[in-house]
Design a protein around this ligand. Sequence first.
Ligand code: ITT
Length: 202
Amino acid sequence: MKIVAATNNKHKLVELKTILSQLGIEVLSAADVGGIPDVVEDKDTFEGNACKKAMESAAHLGMPVLSDDSGLCVEALDGRPGVFSARYGGPGLDDQGRCKKLMTELKDCDNRRAYFACVIALADHNGQLIGSSMGKCLGHISDEMKGEEGFGYDPLFIPTDYKKSFAELGEEIKNSLSHRKNALEKAISDGLFNKLKSSSPT
Ligand code: ITT
């Protein structure tokens, strides 16, 4: 089955492709289908934004779509940056700037507990929502950025039972335990991909 990943984040795309190829699902990029519409992410939950992205993109393309809305939730910040992870600190910051801002906010803070969350949503070729599934990855925020791999907050995030950041651990380990991997596995065990297959024209 072919499915379009409605994301403009090339790092997410690579992770989604890698994980889903192991499950026999071929992922097309926005570029493969001539681009996806800009969807305003104005919901206050990962689920709300993921469903909106999937439905609007699928309705526009007339193709089955998978979307991913994800972010980092920090316990000492009452779950921030959460759904605002991509926009944390304002539009002038890049990934490194957002990591630095987070380190500053957590300076002198003993509670470093945090988790990554990801909601995967699927919509069929008519733009009808098939469903959504959430995955999490628990860990803590380091007081220094380390590692070159991954993206976003990976240099700061140390998953539970590890001593290195996602950016140090690398793609293979990250993809085996990440929030994205857990959300995709949940979507499969919830039967979402099978439901999508049966609602697709043959
Ligand atoms: P699309 O909406 O086009 O998919 P985006 O990057 O804007 O791309 P989100 O709105 O879901 O995606 O924001 C997710 C942000 O959360 C992302 O930009 C990172 O800052 C952070 N994030 C999510 N997953 C991450 C991961 O696996 N590693 C590091 N940071 C992550």
